[in-house]
Design a protein. Structure first.
Length: 245
């Protein structure tokens, strides 16, 4: 059920070097950013908007009936962009939960977007995110695949202890591929963007470590598959094949 206190924000910009103009590339007859937007709307969990600094992205979203908020061009991360968008869209502070959905997940399932919310039912949790079990050695050893190390706290739920590009944890047992979809309590997002980059964040190049190093709690829902991000021409062709265009 759509909640008036939940806001799904999709940060989008044109700065990708490996795939220029990525948000506007055609997938099954629609720009990639629109494919993501429509999946978020289908999830039915709250208001959905694209946060961008690029007029061409805004025009494409509006042409398909979507909501856009224009943000500054100098944001260092998507988290900073969505925080500015939240302030613009909700100056009355009615929104309690903010979902940060990457704009390069055109094949994400709507139910996976909603799956990020249940961990926030625990008031001790500041941020929620997702993961899926790793099933191949190639995935386990690939530094571009971020692994979440967590302590099991229930069915399909981990409490995150660390995120890493290394093959971890050591020994027998499941490993989990982190999915870069986040749900923040509003207060947690405000605290997070006010923090300076942390030592481990800078070393691993993983923004979520800033929250853990500051003592914030991140819980992780486990889903059955990883939505494939689009970063390369090969990824784009895969997404087009999956979506039939």
């Amino acid at each position: 059920m759509t909640s008036p206190r939940t806001l799904v924000l999709i940060p989008a910009r044109m700065a990708a070097t490996r795939l220029p103009g990525k948000p506007l590339l055609d997938i099954a007859g629609k720009p990639m950013i629109v494919q993501v937007l429509q999946r978020a709307i289908t999830a039915g969990i709250g208001r959905v908007a694209v946060a961008t600094d690029t007029p061409a992205i805004a025009d494409a979203v509006r042409a398909h009936g979507g909501e856009v908020v224009m943000t500054r061009a100098d944001h260092p991360s998507g988290s900073d962009r969505i925080y500015e968008a939240l302030q613009i869209l909700d100056p009355e502070h009615a929104i309690e939960t903010v979902i940060n959905l990457q704009g390069d997940f055109p094949t994400i399932k709507p139910e996976q977007i909603g799956a990020v919310l249940p961990p926030l039912s625990d008031p001790a949790v500041d941020i929620a995110t997702l993961s899926a079990e790793i099933h191949t050695e190639e995935e386990a050893t690939n530094p571009n695949v971020v692994k979440v190390i967590g302590s099991p706290i229930g069915p399909d739920r981990l409490r995150a202890l660390y995120f890493t590009r290394a093959t971890a944890p050591y020994g027998e047992g499941p490993r989990y591929h982190h999915i870069g979809l986040y749900a923040y309590r509003r207060e947690a997002l405000e605290r997070f963007v006010a923090l300076p980059p942390s030592p481990l964040e800078q070393r691993e190049k993983l923004e979520q470590l800033r929250a853990l190093e500051a003592g914030m709690r991140i819980d992780v829902g486990i889903v059955d598959s990883v939505p494939r991000g689009v970063d390369t021409p090969a990824d784009l062709e895969t997404a087009r094949r999956v979506l039939g265009g």
